[in-house]
Write a protein that binds this ligand. Structure first.
Ligand code: SF4
Length: 328
């Protein structure tokens, strides 16, 4: 029976090359791809790329979603955050633990990752890699084909399942060896390095911190809303989100369930979602924010609130400085 391994496939260059290096040693590889609400657009495209890469490599791909348990991890990561709200060490441990479950289910002997020693500041330092491996319960079972010769022998190498001499010793950020390999293997389906996840983005991180501070029990939709529109923290219990263009207004409309949703009726302008407690003064403020960001010269505006209530407001003239104060 063929030896099986699970390979973490992001769709990026490193994961694809690592997988191919191990397939070349006669191992049956199954791909594993994680999807997450914290993927930015570029990363989401990698989800499609992971499928295409797996197809090109001719391997089966399993897709797993980082769910509510991942949200809990974000709130209180045991190993802290990186430069922004990225808990890379805990995130890697989380993914590897899930990968171990899949390994057991599939009867695989080891795990393959595209990690390169020293390529990323937080999670790919030697101490971090060792810590992550230990905490995930995969000691000796993670094979990193691109940097394997810079690490101690793994169990599959010790058992003779893998020929160490055919593995590499890459360290650092340069990817010229990986590019040479995709050319040699004639691999076309992979995405270029870079992009990162939303948790490494300073603007997104600021909004996430605000959400965590004021809304302890938040949901996946609350997170999704962080990627849309302008956000205004009005008080401890209320936030207003205003769309920046037609597409964002439509997205706010599609996510409005459970929030107060306001949309203009007698003029073209942005829609708004109010999260948290709402009273008449909050609605009036939201109306003025909508008026501020519309091109309308109307003094009186009519708004529809949650499908069936229509209200008319006389707009205040200048709220720009107030908005600066509320802006997250
Ligand atoms: S960059 Fe994002 S996805 Fe990658 S390890 Fe860090 S937190 Fe996880």
């Amino acid at each position: 029976m063929k030896v099986k391994a699970i390979s973490l496939i992001s769709g990026g260059l490193d994961s694809v090359v690592s997988t191919k290096l191990i397939m070349d040693q006669g191992i049956e590889v199954i791909g594993l791809h994680f999807i997450s609400i914290f993927q930015n657009k570029r990363e989401s495209l990698r989800g499609l790329m992971a499928k295409k890469s797996a197809e090109e490599l001719g391997i089966r791909l399993i897709t797993k979603e980082k769910g509510m348990d991942y949200l809990h991890l974000i709130v209180n990561p045991s190993h802290g955050y990186g430069k922004n709200m990225n808990p890379c060490i805990d995130c890697r441990i989380y993914m590897l633990k899930k990968a171990k479950e899949i390994m057991d289910e599939e009867g695989a002997s080891f795990l393959i990752t595209g990690e390169v020693l020293g390529q990323r500041p937080m999670s790919q330092r030697r101490e971090a890699i060792n810590l992550i491996e230990k905490k995930s319960g995969l000691k000796g079972l993670i094979l990193r084909p691109l940097s394997a010769k810079l690490f101690p022998l793994t169990i599959p190498e010790e058992k003779g399942l893998i020929d160490r001499s055919r593995l590499l010793d890459i360290a650092g950020r340069s990817r010229h060896v990986q590019f040479e390999l995709v050319q040699r293997y004639n691999i076309k389906e992979f995405s270029l390095p870079g992009g990162g996840c939303l948790l490494t983005d300073p603007i997104f991180s600021k909004k996430l911190k605000d959400l965590m501070k004021y809304h302890r029990e938040f949901t996946m939709t609350d997170i999704e809303l962080l990627t849309i529109g302008r956000h205004f923290r009005i008080n401890e219990k209320t936030k207003i989100i205003v769309g920046r263009d037609k597409k964002e207004n439509e997205r706010l409309n599609s996510l409005k369930e459970g929030y107060t949703f306001i949309t203009p009726i007698n003029f073209p302008g942005p829609s708004a979602v109010i999260m948290g407690e709402v009273d008449t003064s909050i609605i009036e403020l939201a109306a003025n924010i909508i008026g501020h960001y519309s091109k309308s010269k109307e003094e009186k505006i009519i708004l529809k609130i949650n499908n069936n209530v229509y209200l008319e407001y006389k707009l205040k003239k200048d709220i720009a400085s107030l908005l600066e104060e509320y802006k997250i």
